[in-house]
Design a binder for this molecule. Structure first.
Ligand code: FAD
Length: 568
């Protein structure tokens, strides 16, 4: 005997995960999923790699088919069926069979909305011309592949340098296209604090990508067989195809027409169990508004992890199990041309806009594993914490190896409301090829804890231009000669005790070395001798990493390109 009838709108991340969990919890309920597109439960996150030919077989993107849902879970999945209206009073939905054209009504005891978010496609002149694509589903990425292949496309413009834009850029470069990346914000990956985006922009340029930030797309024109993309600055860029990746908007049309409450961030309002303002309707995924764990503010978090977790939570709630979504912290990772960038929690710019607490950040640049073991690559990290209690508020990291592992640890710490003092004590994996006895996560905690305990005061690289302080570089002369902060004086650490007389007592001194460790010793030494002294957070490396400059083309790009050229 059936217990209840649950209908689910949207059969991908949140919807499919809700359906499968429901069946695990209740063998008797009837579960029906309506999916507008031709596929349910596909890997949206894999789409850029299908365009790039890293995933060569389209079928690999199908996580589960309607046949599998039926056979394994006794769930009815109807693809190409769009729910066009919800009638909450009658507890019915109106469904359109997109293939057959039939319109019919279905009753529910519980309804789950997981309609996702649609790519923003602003009403710009020429936006509907052929060759301008968004990437949301398998047919989108198939069309892009076919366009590239059939038209022998050579030049692409990617509009929007968020994580989907960066992933698309990488994959188009890998296919041998000349790529121009346009971004309206003044930096790539606008989620990050601006300085943390500099290494990504450098890498893009090193790989031949034309990067234009602070320049929004204003329209498109056809120029012979190609397209022209016009921007606010008056420039125009020729392209054989354009990828629009300028953000997504929660799909709330159905919810609005059904009279469900919509939150200030534009997502469907839900409680901690993912229940909407109608007690028989739940909503999950990209379409819902959640609470930011750091600021407590309403936000949308269009990411696969939250969508999947929320799907499970809605199922638990429908089955009467106590449950609650803990809130979103925006934990994100993105790979682009050999560089990985990851973040969790709040950035400084978000904290400033919020204004709800006192905070500060430390920078560090540890190797991803022990320096004595060959191949260590630096991770550029920024840890932001609350003053005075040291509670972790956010972390950002960029580098070639080991980035996501550190941000994952910090993400869990943040969710558990840990402090920088907890990070000092975290016991993490270590063997030379994987990490260090003092893992970058421990180091971040130690540096921040030293500040909070008053053992050292920090100066910030952004303040260098304005400071009256003496910039003291305590690295070795050959390191100093190879590159230094303009205006800095060099007294190597081993000579410092014997050269104290050369330093001013009336003027503040900002000490730095390569990454901040030798300068920390110098700060302690100088403070003990009565100098007013600060440690420049992250040292010369911070200054160098976050200042745009050119650099050699990394080897791996050539080898990756060759690999792809062979395949295509
Ligand atoms: P979706 O998975 O988008 O599913 C919604 C489905 O509902 C759609 O298939 C839609 O057709 C259907 N639908 C909508 N309205 C109706 C209706 N009225 N009737 C029937 N069906 C309807 N996130 C990450 O965390 N990491 C990544 O690496 C990552 N990469 C991504 C790459 C790309 C190219 C894209 C597009 C997204 C990526 N995401 C990534 C985001 C992630 O895919 C989403 O956050 C997640 O899929 C949201 O799940 P959802 O169930 O809310 O929506």
């Amino acid at each position: 005997m059936q217990t209840k009838r649950v209908l689910i709108i949207g059969g991908v991340a949140g919807g499919a995960s809700c359906a499968a969990r429901l069946r695990r919890l209740d063998e008797r309920c009837e579960i029906v999923v309506f999916e507008r597109g031709p596929y349910a439960s596909f890997a949206n996150c894999g789409l850029p790699y299908y365009v790039g030919n890293v995933i060569t077989d389209e079928k690999r993107l199908l996580v589960a088919t309607p046949e599998l849902f039926r056979a394994r879970f006794n769930i009815d999945v109807h693809t190409q069926h769009e729910v066009v209206a919800i009638h909450p009073a009658a507890r019915e939905v109106e469904v359109k069979d997109l293939a057959g054209g039939r319109l019919f009504r279905e009753k529910y005891d519980a309804l789950v909305l997981s309609p996702g978010a649609s790519p923003i496609r602003p009403a710009l002149p020429g936006i509907d011309m052929d060759g301008i694509f968004t990437v949301r589903n398998i047919p989108d990425s198939r069309k892009i592949r076919e366009w590239i292949e059939n038209r022998h496309a050579r030049r692409a413009v990617v509009a929007g340098a968020g994580f989907i834009g960066l992933e698309m850029t990488e994959n188009l470069v890998a296919r041998g296209l000349e790529v121009t990346l346009l971004e309206a914000a003044p930096q790539v990956m606008p989620l990050l604090d601006p300085e943390m985006a500099v290494p990504i922009e450098k890498r893009l340029r090193q790989c031949g990508v034309g990067v234009h930030t602070g320049d929004a797309v204003t329209g498109f024109e056809r120029a012979d067989s190609a397209l022209r993309v016009m921007t606010q600055s008056g420039r125009s860029f020729a392209a054989d195809l354009v990828i629009l990746s300028i953000g997504v908007r929660p799909e709330t049309g159905l919810a609005r027409s059904a009279g469900l409450a919509i939150g200030p961030s534009g997502g469907i309002q839900v409680d901690a169990c993912m229940r909407t303002s109608d007690p028989a309707i739940w909503a999950v995924g990209d379409a819902v508004e959640v609470t930011d764990v750091v600021t407590g503010m309403p936000c949308v978090a269009p990411l696969a992890g939250p969508a999947n977790r929320q799907g499970r939570i809605a199922a638990d709630s429908i089955c009467g199990r106590p449950t609650a979504f803990r809130g979103a912290q925006g934990t994100t990772v993105c790979g682009c041309l050999g560089i990985t960038v990851a973040l969790t929690g709040a950035t400084e710019k978000r904290l400033r806009a919020w204004g709800g607490c006192e905070f500060e950040s430390v920078y560090l640049h540890p190797g991803h594993h022990a320096g004595y073991y060959p191949g260590a690559r630096p991770i550029h990290m920024k840890l932001t914490y609350r003053r005075p209690d040291g509670r972790i508020l956010g972390a950002q990291a960029v580098g070639e190896e080991g980035v996501e592992r550190r941000v994952d640890v910090l993400a869990m710490a943040l969710q558990k409301q840990a402090t920088v003092f907890d990070l000092e004590e975290a016991e993490l994996c270590y063997a030379p090829q994987y990490g260090s006895a003092k893992d970058p996560v421990n180091l971040a905690g130690m540096i921040a804890a030293n500040v909070l305990r008053g053992d050292v005061s920090l100066a910030n690289w952004q303040e260098i231009a304005e400071t009256e302080a003496l910039l003291l570089d305590v690295r070795e002369p050959q390191e100093f000669a190879a590159g230094a902060i303009p205006g800095a004086v060099n007294i190597p650490l081993p000579q410092l005790r014997t050269r104290l007389g050369e330093l001013p007592r009336e003027r503040e001194i900002w000490v730095h070395c390569g990454v901040g460790q030798r300068s920390y010793y110098a700060v302690r030494l100088l403070a003990a001798h009565g100098f007013r002294v600060k440690n420049l957070s992250g040292g010369y490396q911070t200054f160098k990493t976050f200042h745009p400059d050119g650099a050699e083309k990394p080897q791996f790009v050539e080898s990756r390109l060759n690999e792809h050229r062979e395949k295509i």
